[in-house]
Design a protein around this ligand. Sequence first.
Ligand code: PXL
Length: 277
Amino acid sequence: MKRILTMQDISCLGKCSITIALPVLSAMGIETVILPTAVLSTHTMFQNFTVKDLSDQIKPITEHWKRENIKFDAIYTGYLGTPEEIELAKNIFQEFKQPDSMIFVDPVMADNGKLYPAFDMAYAKKNAELCAAADVIVPNITEACFMTGIEYQENYNQDYIINLLKKLSELGAKIVIITGVSLSHGKTGAMGYDTNTGEFFSYQNDLVPAKYHGTGDLFSSVCAGAILRGKDLRSAIQLAADYTAETIRVTLKNPNQPWYGVDFESTLPALIDAMRG
Ligand code: PXL
């Protein structure tokens, strides 16, 4: 069985980061090792959440793994929270990267043209450094703009996204995927660029008219899992986009839907089936 390490926060309540990555990757048949960067009472869209930073635990934990000779087939980072945690993640890449392992970075920090309240430009710069050390990166359009210096546009065409993909690839990652890309009215999806082959990929789905927290984490977890399980890039993007869209659809139909996250628990069986197929 493949083994992945995922480094992100634990938001105890909120259905994001580790509370999405762990169940999703496990359901995809991947041993999932977690490295929590912080424990929050909830994700940061709640008011008055508590945070306990765990930076001082990262080194002792990874040193122990080294003594146990633990190896990973992939390392996947999501929300990291502070520049120090990004630096720690870069060190972990260096220490645990093997010739055929995959470093997968979701530089979670922004959406809808704005950085999340906890972050500033220094954090965006640090995330660009982390992306430089990755094999696969999956920013949304806003994050792509903050890391490349390209101006964020609400209205754009495919050429704008291709330019963003090329500029992002110059940071250093071999495979670049931009999420939340809408190429026509009523559609949304992702575009990818594989610098190994020079190929661009585009996958569009019907837009479900709702925005939920944690859907980026859902896309990333499925995409990382699918690549690790041997799917090609096009199929991985398609599976992640379809699964995320279906989960949003199912959540919308739930009259008791929580405002803070999606009902991925209802769609996990379909993901397991998709991995069997
Ligand atoms: O879903 C990304 C995410 C993860 N973790 C925390 C967050 C967010 C987005 O806001 O607040 C703590």
